[in-house]
Design a protein around this ligand. Sequence first.
Ligand code: ZN
Length: 295
Amino acid sequence: MALMPNVYNPNMAAILNSELSIFRKFIHIPSYVKHPTGNIEAINFITSHLESIGFKIQIRGDELSEQPTIVAKYLGHKSNRKVVIYGHYDVALVKDSKNWVSDDPFTLEEVEGRVYGRGIADNKGPLLSRIQAITELIKSDKPVPQILWLIQGEEEIIEGERVAHKVFKNEIPSFGANLYIEETGFNDLVTNEQIAFLWSRSVPEKQLYKWHSLLNNSLNQPRIEFRHLNKLNGIEACPLLSNLPQNSIYIGFGPNDKLHNIHQDNESLAKSKLLQHKNQFKKFITLFAEATDVE
Ligand SMILES: [Zn+2]
């Protein structure tokens, strides 16, 4: 059969638009520093989704910050494994709205296969894909590990004390997971490879081979690198990296690439990679929940 030329298919366009509509709603919430209502709206948006699928929610640090941390816990289903997932609902400030493809950076805009909007790459796109993935898993009756989902609201605040650090310091040891998943990951646009970060503070690279098959099977042969995601403000500014227990395993994968322009104007992601992330995350979490050799 000859390959079809790339004809416009109105049905396909409608499906993709409905897939993006939830992202459009989340991007539309202006959850940047000191916005009078944006942060609480973002918290409500996330917690109502997670509560509806059985997560127990606590908001921590709200007596000290307008941008407190969401602590969401899921008890697990047919699995006793434990995982900590990291994310954040706050977004960087817009520098100049004239530099965006859209008139409004808080309105998701699709141009030539990329979706543009403040926060789509850092971190609302990956975060929402994962909420969708976990929702589908829970509804499918497949095994789901115990989850501690730490979603902070101060990642884009550089100065002063941030309550997220205290919250992470308390919650991480008492939950007792071995696996920690970063907010996103990276793709190499030159080689077309997906990169997976696999790292530990104290376990040497050569002892992490058990995790390779899990990553290979869920991400379709990624390039696995022994490192963590680059943090603009350093490891100490990141409440996940700075609170990782000794011997724990850190993994990062996601839809970002070097065109994502995070913290700059015209932030974007490749739409195909954003939509693919949900399925990859689902696969990874399922394989982890069922695995017998990763501890
Ligand atoms: Zn971020």
